[in-house]
Design a protein around this ligand. Structure first.
Ligand code: FES
Ligand code: FES
Length: 190
């Protein structure tokens, strides 16, 4: 069965006809030419396909495209465009603060997982800013964006190059942790 849908992708309305079993990942990559979401496992295990839908992180390989009719989807490509994202408004062509932090902190090696990591980090920081607790949040007060919090909140995104140490540093930098705070935390962790 086919269905016509309209999805706002990175700020641009895109109209297409899809089979009802087509995933959002395949619709983006194969039908719309938006290739920053990567197909790693295609089974919801790696996070390489992560996009924002309505500002929330979703695995596009597990999301049917028909469920996104009328939705606003943002990929890693769109974070740098002139669109409103969880991280704020950016002039067209500027890097998103999370993208900038990944470059500053050398938070990638081959780069295959990076678009998913970056999008997931934007969603994670938005969840953190709203005060949502994670499985490692201690107590009821506002959580602190320490390394354990970031690692837990980013645990759905795998990196086969194991760039995790710098990914956590980058996410904390984008979240406002100062270099001095990061250095102190590293000393404390030994
Ligand atoms: S490709 Fe979607 S989680 Fe791996
Ligand atoms: S940088 Fe290579 S998989 Fe993450």
């Amino acid at each position: 069965m086919k269905r016509e849908i309209t999805v706002q992708v990175d700020g641009i309305p895109r109209r297409l006809t899809v089979d009802t079993h087509t995933t959002l990942l395949d619709a983006l990559r194969e039908r719309l030419g938006v290739t920053s979401p990567k197909k790693g496992c295609d089974h919801g295990q790696c996070g390489a396909c992560t996009v924002l839908s309505g500002g929330r992180r979703v695995l596009s390989c597990l999301t049917l495209a028909v469920t996104q009719d009328g939705a606003e989807v943002v990929t890693a490509e769109g974070l740098a465009a002139n669109v409103t994202t969880a991280g704020g408004q950016h002039a067209n062509g500027d890097l998103h603060p999370v993208q900038r932090a990944f470059i500053d902190c050398d938070a990638f090696q081959c780069g295959y997982c990076t678009p998913g990591q970056v999008v997931s980090a934007v969603g994670a920081l938005d969840e953190f800013a709203k005060g949502w607790p994670s499985a490692v949040t201690k107590g009821l007060g506002a959580p602190r964006l320490d390394r354990a919090e970031v690692a837990e909140r980013m645990s759905g995104n795998l990196c086969r190059c194991a760039a995790y140490v710098n990914i956590v540093t980058a996410v904390r930098q984008a979240g406002g942790a100062s270099p001095a705070q990061q250095a102190a935390d590293r000393r404390e962790a030994g």
